[in-house]
Unconditional design. Sequence first.
Length: 115
Amino acid sequence: VQLVESGGGLVQPGGSLRLSCAASGFTVSGYTISWYRQAPGKERELVAAIISGGGSTYYADSVKGRFTISRDNTKNTVYLQMNSLEPEDTAVYYCNANRFTETYWGQGTQVTVSS
């Protein structure tokens, strides 16, 4: 079982990035897939989630209207489209897969928003 994040980088305020979370060893549609982030000196926080099966979504208030989580079952990948990025969005972003007592984490991808 593996989760591999990609798509992070350096972007100017107001810019966009799309993060990818590619899964292997399990089917993403059968798990709740979440994006978390952790900024230096802060606790890891939940950013967005897409629920197993039907694909309902959840967003933290701080990203609502700017970030979109989506799932491509054919590619077994979950995406996080991030628009109107702010310096406060700077963090390492982690992908998490959860089902009952099973939980898996990716290695994280750095997102830096700076001019």
